[in-house]
Design a protein around this ligand. Structure first.
Ligand code: N1C
Length: 263
C-alpha cells in the first residue's frame, strides 16, 4: 500500500483536522458553559458541535462561506459586557496571558466561540469520511478555507458586539509597524465597531522586554490607525507599555531594567 503519512502524499500544506475533534469541541463547550452558566443562558453543546460539523463536512475545503457558519454563530454567540472587549494583533500570547490573570477583560478566545476553536484545526473532504485528518489548506493555498473563514466571521461578530470603551493590545517590536491594515484587526475588526455603541479605543502598545522598541505611540502606523478611527468618530488614546501588562512580561524578565520598581 501507500506509505502512510509520508509528506509527498499530503494534499494540503497545513496540519489536518485535530484528532478527536468532536470530543475536544464538546469538552470545551461543556467546560465553558459550566463555568459561566449564569451569564450565558441556555447553550446546547451537542447542537453547537453538530452545526460546526455541518459547516464543513463533505465540503470542498476551499469553498467555505460565512453562510456555512450562520447556524453555529446563532447558537454559540452571547453578549459581552461593555468596556470589557480586548482586541489584539501580533500579541496573541501576551493578550491571553493578560485576560487569564485579569478576569476583567474578554478576548475573542474568552467567548464560547473562540474558546472552543482556539488552536484547533478542521477541514472537510468531498469523499468519505468527509473530514480530512491528514492535511488542511493554508491561507496561501485558498483564502476560503474553513478555519480562515471561521476566524474572520467570529472576529467580525466580536467587533460588532463591542460597546463602551474597547482596548487593543499591539506589538511595538515589529519592524514593519504595530498596526497592519491587512491584519484581521486592521481589515475587519476596526470597520465593524459600531460608532453608536463604542465611544473610544484605547491602544496598549507593548514592546518585548529587552527587544527593540520599533514603534512608539507617536509612530507612523499608529498615526494611520488614529486617522482611520477618528474618521469613524471614535476617540483614541495610546499608551506605551501599559504597566499592568508590562508587569506580566516582567514575570519572565524580573531582572531587566524595564522591570525594576524605581526607574
Ligand atoms: O490578524 P490579527 O492578528 O490582527 O487578528 C487578531 C484579532 C484579535 O483582536 C481577535 O479578536 O482578530 C481576532 N482573532 C482571533 O481571536 C484569533 N485567534 C486565533 C483573529 N485571528 C485569530 N487566530 C488565528 O491567528 C487566525 O488563524 C488568524 O489568521 C491569526 C491572526 O493573528 P494575528 O496576525 O496576530
Amino acid at each position: 500500500g501507500k506509505p502512510e503519512g509520508s509528506p509527498e502524499m499530503l494534499k494540503w500544506k497545513d496540519r489536518g483536522t485535530t484528532k478527536n475533534l468532536q470530543e475536544v469541541i464538546l469538552g470545551r463547550c461543556y467546560n465553558y458553559v459550566m463555568a459561566r452558566h449564569s451569564e450565558l443562558g441556555d447553550k446546547d453543546c451537542l447542537k453547537i458541535w453538530e452545526s460546526l460539523k455541518e459547516a464543513f463536512i463533505y465540503k470542498n475545503p476551499c469553498n467555505i462561506t460565512s453562510e456555512d457558519y450562520q447556524p453555529l454563530m446563532e447558537l454559540a454567540s452571547h453578549p459581552i459586557p461593555c468596556n470589557k472587549s480586548l482586541f489584539w494583533s501580533k500579541t496573541n500570547d501576551l493578550a491571553h496571558r493578560y485576560t487569564k490573570s485579569n478576569q476583567n477583560f474578554f478576548t475573542l478566545e474568552d467567548t464560547l466561540l473562540g474558546y472552543m476553536a482556539d488552536r484547533v484545526s478542521w477541514c472537510g473532504d468531498p469523499s468519505a469520511p468527509g473530514i480530512n485528518y491528514e492535511s488542511c489548506p493554508k491561507r496561501s493555498e485558498c483564502e476560503s478555507n474553513p478555519v480562515s473563514v471561521f476566524w474572520k466571521l467570529a472576529s467580525k461578530m466580536f467587533a460588532e458586539a463591542a460597546c463602551g470603551v474597547v482596548q487593543v493590545m499591539l506589538n511595538g517590536s515589529i519592524e514593519a509597524g504595530a498596526f497592519k491594515s491587512s491584519s484581521i484587526f486592521g481589515s475587519i475588526e476596526i470597520f465593524n465597531l459600531n460608532p453608536d455603541k463604542v465611544s473610544a479605543v484605547h491602544v496598549w502598545l507593548m514592546h518585548d522586554i529587552g527587544g527593540p522598541q520599533s514603534e512608539s505611540c507617536s509612530g507612523y502606523s499608529i498615526k494611520r490607525l488614529r486617522s482611520i478611527l477618528e474618521e469613524r468618530n471614535f476617540q483614541i488614546t495610546c499608551e506605551d507599555n501599559y504597566r499592568p501588562v508590562q508587569l506580566l512580561q516582567c514575570v519572565h524578565n524580573p531582572e531587566h531594567t524595564d522591570c525594576r520598581l524605581c526607574t
